[in-house]
Design a binder for this molecule. Structure first.
Ligand code: HPA
Ligand code: ZN
Length: 335
């Protein structure tokens, strides 16, 4: 990473907490919880990380998360992430989690929430990192399933205070367009949740249009394929619609052939509010700092581009304006 990208404060807006499960922790939790895994060593797990498309990765991702069973497991997972994020000068994180990947295994919604919020409180206290949670609906399941998980989130927020700031849509994209979830997103918006949606990672530009026009999202996650549609690019730029872009994820899932061909510079040049994030750092070869370093090596980000990308990350966050302004001033002040 350039010295500048290393120093600059950042907001991490596209991190699936289950995708930060490192192989060492996977093995440790499998032993602790007596969960049978198909892998016996870190080397075997890493050897399985050879993907040609999103669904290859997702199969492994759901296997990996099977070791997460107790509130303590979720707290350990999230705390390890915050410590790692601190090393990359992340000052604010908006963290995805996938409750529908846990409930069918007998893990309670409250156990997931208890573990994640305990780690978040500790991160704010000990590291000064603020965070919010974004609950994702698994789009390969049906909308009724998503409605049930939204009910649980509402009940949790009522009992324990607003732990969840927003909802998102993740998992297998092709064949599962955003419009499939129009009713549950409308209800989430009416209940005060912010809305984000993975779109245009493998799916066509039409899915990005749907995320905007049918769901009414506040941010697009990925959005790479929007570049195929000039009218869509104009719309995204005019709306100042943030795109949370994940270069190493794009490389590992073959969304781009090599990072030299990554569209991040074209996105900025087109006036898009793009920022750089890590997606599933354990599975894709690195955290947000590694993503900057890889871009740096491949396309030589300029200092101005680095500053623009981290400024965009704070602008696109769900922080209150006063906190955004403080972070933006810190970016400007970084030598
Ligand atoms: N895309 C879609 N769903 C996901 C991802 C991703 O990169 N990571 C975890 N769930
Ligand atoms: Zn993602």
């Amino acid at each position: 990473m350039t010295d500048l990208a290393t120093r600059l404060p950042k907001a991490e807006l596209h991190i699936h907490i289950e995708g930060s499960l490192e192989p060492e922790m996977m093995l440790r939790l499998a032993r602790r919880n007596d969960v049978a895994l198909a892998f016996g060593s870190v080397a075997e797990i890493r050897a399985a990380y050879a993907f040609t498309k999103l669904d290859d990765f997702l199969a492994l991702y759901y296997q990996g998360m099977s070791v997460l069973r107790t509130a303590q497991d979720f707290e350990d997972l999230a705390w390890a992430y915050f410590v790692r994020a601190d090393a990359d000068t992340v000052r604010h994180a908006e963290i995805f989690f996938d409750p529908q990947g846990h409930l069918p295994r007998g893990v309670s919604f409250d156990a997931v929430m208890q573990g994640l919020t305990a780690a978040a409180a500790r991160a704010e206290r000990e590291l000064g990192i603020t965070s919010r949670l974004i609950m994702c609906f698994l789009r390969h399941l049906d909308e009724a399933d998503a409605e049930r998980i939204l009910d649980l989130a509402l009940a949790h927020n009522e009992t324990h205070g607003p732990g969840i700031a927003g909802v998102g849509l993740d998992s297998s994209e092709l064949g599962h367009p955003p419009a499939k979830f129009r009713n549950v997103f409308r209800r989430a918006r009416d209940e005060g949740f912010r809305l984000v949606c993975h779109a245009g990672e493998e799916g066509p530009p039409a899915y990005v249009w749907e995320a905007l026009d049918v769901l009414g999202v506040d941010r697009i996650d990925h959005g790479n394929r929007a570049l195929e549609d000039p009218a869509l690019v104009r719309r995204l730029a005019a709306d100042r619609m943030p795109l949370t872009v994940c270069p190493l994820s794009n490389l590992r899932l073959c969304v781009v052939d090599d990072l030299g061909a990554h569209p991040i510079r074209r996105m900025l040049e087109a006036g898009l509010v793009a920022s750089v994030h890590s997606d599933d750092p354990s599975y894709f070869g690195g955290y947000v700092g590694d993503n900057f370093a890889a871009l740096q090596a491949a396309i030589g980000l300029t200092d101005a581009e680095c500053r623009m990308l981290v400024r965009n990350s704070f602008r696109a966050s769900f922080l209150p304006d006063a906190a955004k302004d403080r972070h933006l001033a810190a970016v400007d002040a970084a030598p």
